[in-house]
Design a protein around this ligand. Structure first.
Ligand code: PBG
Ligand code: ZN
Length: 324
């Protein structure tokens, strides 16, 4: 008790670094990249300052740039030139993502390439898989969409992706993808499951970036309610049992309780600091209301502290510079 115990003794400037409990490393971060099949020059995303849609021709160069910062992993999103109801461009061997993976792997073989496995950027209705009639109106059909996810995942693995990341929140998606990958000889391709992905309003800027807004309804019949921590734990536990190698919580900063509970399952956990989390910090900083670097680093250390092994963040490249 005070005055015998004085915790400020270990907070002296020179002593304090010895007792830092959480450390953010460059190795913890994954940089998201957007490739646009129709682009010829990089186009800045209006709602995400500092983020671009890149043309395919720049993939190799961008990979080299990322590697130079020390960041070891990227996650790719594609904007196809053609969309249809079945999302068929998503598994085209000559599709935007498949070509981008090959270009990146040719330029920097060691860069870890993660691909988002979902159809919402590729369907004309904007939903994450196959849509059909249900007693409650049109909705995403679960089992018919599983085959599509397996086709997409295998096409990414064939192109050379190290890790595939299904983000559609379908029941059974991890098992369906694992079976098909193994069947096609990709038993070493890892699965990072977006195991608890919430129906969040923080994806708004991403939907501009990836042109993946929907033409009817919303995603609340497949993404989770922000009110449901027990369901998030169950979702994560099921994906573990279906064979996921890495679990994910998304968004990150407002879901630190979820992150902490999912980390207790014992599998590596990734957290996705989503577009809205990034854009809010950028906008406030642009107004001079907050210090961008300080707030961004604080947001990242908080995500680490809650139990994330890996953080997908649009700040990855800047943070790598800040941490050096
Ligand atoms: C695709 C997908 C989304 C994000 C990652 N993968 C959008 C969505 O589910 O609507 C969001 C990422 C972000 O906001 O940064 N399913
Ligand atoms: Zn989707």
């Amino acid at each position: 008790m005070f005055p015998e115990r004085r915790l400020r003794r270990l907070r002296k400037r020179n002593i304090q670094p010895l007792f830092q409990e959480t450390v953010l490393r460059i190795d913890d971060m994954v940089a998201p990249l957007f490739f646009d099949e129709s682009a010829t020059v990089p186009v800045e995303i209006a709602s995400m300052p500092g983020q671009y849609r890149y043309p395919l021709g720049m993939a190799g160069g961008i990979a080299q740039l990322v590697a130079k910062t020390g960041v070891r992993a990227v996650i790719l999103f594609g904007i196809p030139a053609r969309k249809d109801a079945g999302g068929t461009e998503a598994y085209n061997p000559e599709g935007i993502i498949q070509q981008a993976v090959r270009a990146i792997k040719a330029a920097v073989p060691d860069l870890v390439v993660i691909t988002d496995v979902c159809a919402c950027e590729y369907t004309d209705h904007g939903h994450c898989g196959i849509v059909g009639k249900t007693p409650c109106g049109p909705d995403l059909l679960n089992d018919p969409s599983l085959e599509l996810m397996a086709l997409i995942a295998v096409s990414h693995a064939e192109a050379g992706a190290d890790i595939v990341a299904p983000s559609c929140m379908l029941d059974g998606m991890v098992m369906a993808i694992r079976e098909e990958l193994d069947c096609e000889g990709f038993e070493d391709t890892a699965i990072m499951s977006y195991s608890s992905k919430f129906a969040s309003a923080l994806y708004g800027p991403f939907r501009d970036a990836a042109d993946s807004g929907f033409t009817f309804g919303d995603r609340t019949t497949y993404q989770m309610s922000p009110a449901n921590p027990r369901e998030a734990f169950l979702e994560s536990e099921m994906d573990l049992k279906e064979g996921a190698d890495i679990l994910m919580v998304k968004p990150a900063g407002m879901y630190l309780d979820i992150l902490q509970s999912v980390a207790s399952l014992g599998l590596p956990v990734a957290a996705y600091q989503v577009s809205g989390e990034y854009s809010m910090i950028k906008a406030a900083a642009a107004n001079g209301w907050i210090d961008e670097k300080a707030v961004a680093l604080e947001s990242l250390i908080a995500i680490k502290r809650a139990g994330a092994d890996l953080i997908i963040t649009y700040f990855a490249l800047d943070a790598a510079g800040w941490l050096k």
